[in-house]
Design a protein around this ligand. Sequence first.
Ligand code: HEM
Length: 402
Amino acid sequence: MPAASTPSLLDLHHPDWTRDPYPLYHRMRQHAPVLWDELMRSWIVLGHQEIARLSKDERLSGARIRDFHAQLPPAARGDLEPLARALSDMMLFNEPPRHTRLRRLIRPGLTPRFIREMRPLIESTVDSLLSGVADRGEMDVIRDFSEPLSRDVIARLAGVPDHAAGLLENWQGLLHEFFSQSSAQVPRVNALRAAFDEVAEQRERGQAEDVFSRIIAEQLAAEEFTEDEVFANFLLLIDAGQATTTHLIGNAVLALLRNPDQLALLREAPELTRDATHELMRYDSSVQFTSRVALADLEIAGQHIRQGQTVILVLGAGNRDPRRYPDPDRLDVRRKATDHLSFGHGIHYCLGASLALAEIEIAVRELLRRTEDLHLAEPEPSWMDSINFRFAKALPVRFRPA
Ligand code: HEM
């Protein structure tokens, strides 16, 4: 096992690496594509090929909530019980056969065909947000644009009633909260549950208005799901779909502003934006890693992973693996990067991928079309202190309306 002096993923808490984690990933990958992190007490996987392989390995499991919860001190355990219950019912933290069943519940509402039908909603939301800031000539991309966009889309998708939409504001992620043993969001989750129960009642009476409710009603009629399971997976949509998309759009705008030649290419040929979306996802994802627990001993890249050990798949590092992408630190909007790892890989592949791609594409294309001389108002955004998520707290820009 390598000595403890090997760089650790925890070094990402240092402001230099929070600003730009990629050189640290390269350094770690130079030690080995799979290495033991003594401080994290976990295996760290940094190679594209190794992440892709392990994501499909049935000996690794995503069902990690109950174990984590059981290890907490009794006081924290009680406070976090409602969160632990909801998280344990989410497909993301289950494996087949339960995972397959829970995924079937939500999937009909997120097919590419259904998402195509949502494009007009995304376009009109983008249009009204950009119209709202046009005369000001400045905005915070996060606060004024990407956050209200992804919030509105998720609220409409999940059928959150208008009077409860405020509950989605400043949503930073339940998972982050749970793993940092904070229960601050529990009242908000309980309030959402009350709003959800209202919609569920309407759904049972066949009166729910939102498209998604109507689609999942068929699924509910075809198979048995408990109300807890349905609620947990609605909560997952909100949790997995909101801040991730908000900050992916922020990171994409930042990447383009720092690479003016690539930004100019997209301005000249907006039809490139759809393919560019994959490259922007590869280049700087809002989600940097996911983790698994080994159900059995296994070997990869010459390393022996033991049953019970935690394995961290650093998607953001796989996305910059030079063995997979030539000149990986260069943003190249013409690169065909459809095999990036930012949506995960294998059975847990992001169910909202088509929706997220549509939001990013429309947001970037329209932002460039409706502005001229778009530039950063501050050289460096301030980043949330997280080794898992790359969330800029604010991204102020200036522009002239086009
Ligand atoms: C799963 C990233 C947007 C819903 C995942 C996973 C990743 C991811 C990495 C796999 C996690 C794992 O394997 O442990 C992202 C990113 C997004 C995004 C970077 C934005 C750019 C969305 C949206 C939705 C969504 C908009 C919903 C509307 C889900 C769900 C899963 C998931 C339900 C769990 C799938 C399963 O366990 O089978 N996402 N996501 N995501 N995502 Fe996304």
